[in-house]
Design a protein around this ligand. Structure first.
Ligand code: PLP
Length: 258
């Protein structure tokens, strides 16, 4: 007897190809064909990884101790380094035990939603957003609830708009500043306001800080669990080396949580 079943699971059928990577592949193909194309798809520095990083990786490759399984959450010294870096760069004081190393920020995005969402749980997702978020939310069984922003507010959402989109099923707010794709950076006072609102509403906040150092002019990055410390027990910080250190191909990211 044969059993009728789908070739691909419903879960995976529900997600679509990364639009960002599709457009990036197209731009790279056009460039290879010597067409004068500037790609605005993938967020990727156009210079190589700094030499001192490459040299350190070469030394690490030669060390047998790094040729074996590492503990599941990551190498202890790397988790310590991430905790120290986080305190230095955003003022968020965490212990190494709160840090999990991932294969890039993208895996951290997926794991955060997979860990927090049950089927039907809603995620407030300010638009325009990086195309990975709704797919990771669907894959985890959740429902992305877009919260529209536009040029009138500089592509920033507000407590009023978030509150209007909140329902009894809302579990998570996805907060990204500086934002991809708009580049919008929330003023620290507004970060604090949104963080306090989320804490009061009992929501989790998943905050993607991968663009923390790509700020220009008067804009200032503020980390939401620092701006609203009462949120820390329900906040997951996502980050990685890809953008800041021109290491997109190295696939190193992390998540920090309670
Ligand atoms: C907003 C945002 N977060 C996270 C990532 C993930 O970066 P990676 O998986 O390369 O570490 C990207 C990459 O484009 C991004 O734009």
């Amino acid at each position: 007897m044969t059993v009728a079943h789908r070739r691909i699971s419903e879960r995976v059928s529900a997600i679509t190809e990364s639009a960002t990577l599709a457009v990036d592949a197209k731009a790279k193909a056009l460039k290879a064909a010597r067409r004068p194309v500037i790609g605005f798809g993938a967020g990727e520095p156009d210079f190589p990884t700094p030499d001192y990083i490459v040299a350190a990786a070469q030394r690490a490759c030669a060390e047998p101790r790094f040729h074996h399984y590492s503990p599941t959450p990551g190498l202890p010294e790397l988790r310590e380094a991430v905790a120290a870096k986080t305190a230095r760069d955003s003022g968020y004081q965490v212990s190494a035990s709160q840090v999990l190393i991932t294969n890039g920020g993208k895996q951290a995005v997926y794991q955060a939603f997979a860990t927090l969402l049950d089927p039907g749980d809603e995620v407030l997702l300010p638009t325009p957003y990086w195309t990975t978020y709704p797919e990771a939310i669907s894959l985890a069984g959740g429902v992305a609830v877009p919260v529209m922003t536009d040029e009138r507010t500089g592509y920033l959402t507000s407590v009023a708009d978030l509150e209007a989109a909140r329902t009894p099923r809302t579990k998570v707010l996805l907060f990204v500043s500086p934002s991809n794709p708009t580049g919008a950076v929330y003023p620290p006072s507004q970060v604090a306001e949104i963080g306090r609102w989320a804490a009061e509403a009992g929501l989790w906040v998943i905050t993607d800080e991968i663009y923390e150092h790509l700020v220009y002019g008067d804009a200032r990055f503020a980390s939401i669990p620092v701006a609203a410390p009462e949120l820390a027990d329900r906040c997951v910080v996502l980050n990685g080396v890809a953008k800041t250190y021109a290491m997109t191909g190295w696939r190193v990211g992390w998540m920090i949580g309670p």
